[in-house]
Design a protein around this ligand. Sequence first.
Ligand code: SF4
Length: 323
Amino acid sequence: MPLKPFAPNHGADKKMFLLKPRGFCAGVVRAIDVVKIALDLYGPPVYVRKEIVHNMHVVDELRKAGAIFVEELEEVPEGARAIFSAHGVAPSVRKQAKERRLEVIDATCPLVTKVHLEAVRFARDGFSIVLIGHKDHDEVIGTLGEVPQCSYLVETVDDVDGLELPDPSRVRYLTQTTLSLDETRDIIGRLKERFPLVQGPPAQDICYATENRQMAVKAISEVVDLLLVVGSQNSSNSKRLVEVGDNFGVRSFLVNDRGDVDPVWLEGVKNVAVTAGASAPEHLVQELIEFLRGHGYQQMEEIELVDEDVRFSLPSELMISIR
Ligand code: SF4
């Protein structure tokens, strides 16, 4: 992707580079809208299984508005209204919701649903599925739950070496949507060495938002001395941005908000880049910018790598109520 021209800082002044795209993706916008609209339509309480998106500020705000966050559906009263998070759920959770007669609104990101459908199709066609992802992540738990009998999770190249599959000629791989592009490429490369006939999905599972944010970090890496990523510690795509920065030689930190920034990090730093994971609200970025201004970063330039205009429609169960 071509990078629009920007001016590296050759002067003595400190400068901030604000990366774009950053922050909310279409799946996160949709999931937060689902909770807000459900609260408006039905009034509190509305139950949400797991964090609707992986950001403590978003969750706290929705909790204040009347959402009740639970870990599992046993905590939801029978017959109540429950929202599934953007990360998706396994079929066993849908079954449990039915048994408890819950009014479900599914805020699973459509790009996660795509991966679920691929898993089901590959399994139906008799393939073993190697899922590349992180073991305890909600999305991975949901995807593995679609076809547990023929799914194999790998997190590293070493995991690929340890794979024992029933038929090495019938293998397909899928990935979590929020992985590092570079690490995933290495794992897929090893998979192809071990299983030459392995194939992936027709279009990569790592989503556009994850890719764009990582590309922006790479594009700025030669110019900056420090990268600050706004995002929560349990946000996979935010953590990957920190890794990408580190891998490209930029000291990188993940911060929930400006309160996490240690001023020591800024000592001797002329150029700092700021970005945000796909679940981090923009107001936290703006607060961080103000903080950096207060520390002498008076110049700011926004670097736009690509124009993101993806939108997802609301879940049909909510649209029916709106009409
Ligand atoms: S990061 Fe990607 S997969 Fe996850 S909610 Fe956003 S658009 Fe969907």
